[in-house]
Write a protein of this length. Structure first.
Length: 175
């Protein structure tokens, strides 16, 4: 996970990396913004490391979840095999057709219910509006009822794919 989050912070992204503190203790964080190649770039950049991890752990092949994720990774790499340069507007981050993505948000369990998550999400909302985004998006594990309730109380709407909800949320931002 360390390599993945390092890529999110250092990759070719326009991000807001936020932290919430109580005194000196980090009690929550959120990564949001415009992610370019969030997964495909990570897979390309770390392919030798990832292959070595798989080769040194043959038992992984027995796991259905591993095989599913491996196929997903291959699909992502094929889809993004041609590097595309996407323009960034003079304002910095936004393009009217782009959505501000929430990649990750977490709050220390000891501080859940204190408003830390709401504070982080409100700040991301303000940054997205400031930078001209018209919407926001995120994905949550569809079994994470606590997070789902949290996002719904903040005005996020479930986004259906083929009539089915697969954990994707969207939020429209009014100008």
């Amino acid at each position: 996970m360390e390599r993945y989050y390092a890529w999110q912070l250092l990759g070719p992204h326009d991000i807001a990396a936020l932290g919430a503190y109580v005194e000196e203790d980090l009690v929550g964080f959120c990564f949001g913004g415009l992610f370019r190649g969030a997964m495909s770039g990570f897979l390309r950049r770390n392919r030798i490391f990832l292959i070595s991890q798989v080769l040194t752990r043959p038992a992984l092949w027995k796991r259905a979840l591993f095989r599913k994720r491996l196929l997903e990774g291959i699909r992502i790499l094929r889809k993004h095999s041609v590097r595309r340069v996407k323009p960034v507007t003079a304002a910095g981050l936004a393009s009217p057709s782009k959505s501000f993505g929430i990649l990750s948000i977490a709050v220390d369990p000891k501080y859940q219910g204190w408003g830390v998550g709401r504070l982080l999400m409100d700040r991301c909302d303000a940054i997205a509006r400031r930078d001209g985004f018209r919407g926001m998006h995120l994905t949550v594990n569809s079994g994470n009822e606590q997070a789902i309730r949290f996002y719904e109380t903040l005005g996020w709407m479930r986004s259906l794919e083929g009539g089915e909800w697969k954990g994707k949320f969207e939020k429209l931002l009014s100008p």
